[in-house]
Design a binder for this molecule. Structure first.
Ligand code: ZN
Length: 386
């Protein structure tokens, strides 16, 4: 069972309203708009939703694990539960200034599913370091720890440095750069730079000073080192990242059955327009060698996502009927495909899929919240190869 406790709704929400820090986020929640009433509590989160579908135990566990991952990665600990107001659609989001997928202020997070992993990073960082850092630092760090793979946009770095407000492209540019700073120079140096990178006018000057005084070299040298030495792709980190602990093959056959049950913490609900009421579960499979594999699904639908195996300069794009976790995968909050109709493998059909070696995630899912068993069989092309 899960590490989290799914406690009953607490009657009083007064004590968890927490003090609003002056730290700002993607967009700041308007304090006058009350948070959604608490329906779910985990070790680190008090959650209210604006939808009637049940939140599955797997989503609660995943969100809790995301908080713990960020705490461990940054070596911090939050002092109070994060108050999450979870909206089904970003169109209905209340408390954010502009039309956004999510926003935060101190311990207060307002978000749809797709942005929750990102906003939780903000909330942990903001309530621990208590710094109103520039968008390049605060958004870059949130992107770096969302869990999704990071592609470099190195040629964009100087431009991103000069911006007071970041576009989506600059989020990615910053995310890759921040990940590199942490990987190469460590977290305590990063915290030092972060704390000096205040918001405010002449943000470029402030950021240059923060970086140069922390890392002891000129901004040109730092950027040159980054551009020469960082990999083109960083593999995502944390519970939202793609693939881990592959399930075993039995000879040339990988066949497993999966119970889908919203009340169990292996099952995730999908709460996104236009996909009401789906439950999903993921499992990892290691594809041992290149070839034409046969895939069959029973009892539900499935989709296959190719993960990055490691940080790398080169990627091989998967062929037809396979998705990938890098490039266009960012900002999906876990499910790197569209609605239900995009779930690739329908039940009972034999699919022939060309695969390259590496780490994949098999997603199995079904519509509705009734418990169900779904099984997936993958057959290797050559019985002697796996
Ligand atoms: Zn953000």
């Amino acid at each position: 069972m899960s590490a989290l406790s799914r406690r009953a709704t607490r009657a009083s929400i007064g004590l968890v309203a927490a003090s609003f820090l002056s730290v700002q986020g993607c967009q700041d929640p308007v304090e006058q708009v009350p948070a959604l009433p608490i329906q779910y509590q985990t070790e680190h989160l008090d959650i209210g939703t604006d939808f009637t579908l049940p939140v599955c135990a797997g989503n609660l566990r995943l969100l809790d694990e995301q908080v713990e991952f960020v705490e461990q990665y940054l070596n911090v600990e939050i002092a109070a539960p994060i108050r999450v107001s979870w909206y089904y659609s970003s169109m209905d989001l209340e408390g954010c200034e502009n039309p956004v997928a999510g926003c935060w202020n101190g311990y207060d997070v307002r978000s749809n599913w797709e942005a929750l992993n990102h906003e939780l990073v903000h909330a942990v960082v903001g309530s621990s370091w208590n710094v109103a850092a520039s968008p390049m630092f605060s958004e870059g760090l949130a992107v770096a720890l969302e869990g999704e793979d990071l592609k470099s946009l190195k040629s964009n770095l100087e431009f991103a440095l000069s911006q007071e407000d970041l576009s989506t492209t600059n989020y990615e540019t910053s995310g890759h750069f921040m990940r590199w700073l942490i990987e190469v120079y460590g977290i305590s140096n990063f915290e030092s730079a972060y704390s000096k990178a205040d918001r405010g006018t002449s943000v470029e000057k402030i950021q240059v000073r923060a970086l140069e005084s922390t890392y002891g070299i000129s901004i040109d040298e730092l950027f040159a080192q980054y551009k020469n030495e960082s990999p083109e792709y960083y593999r995502g980190l944390g519970p939202f990242s793609c693939g881990a602990n592959p399930l075993p093959w039995d000879g040339a056959r990988w066949e497993h059955s999966f119970e889908l049950d919203c009340s169990e913490d292996h099952t995730l609900g999908r709460y996104e327009n236009p996909s009401p009421g789906e439950i999903w579960r993921r499992a990892s499979v290691e594809i041992p060698s290149e070839g034409l594999y046969t895939i069959r699904v029973f009892g539900g639908s499935a989709t296959l996502v190719h993960c990055l195996n490691e940080d790398t300069n080169t990627v091989v794009d998967p062929g037809e009927h396979v998705r990938k976790s890098w490039d266009d995968g960012r900002g999906h909050g876990l499910f790197p495909w569209g609605g239900w109709e995009d779930a690739l493998y329908e039940p009972g059909v034999e699919w022939f899929v060309s695969l390259t070696p590496g780490n994949y995630v098999v997603w199995v899912g079904t519509q509705g919240f009734e418990p169900r068993e779904v099984s997936v069989a993958i057959e290797a092309p050559d019985p002697t190869s796996p």
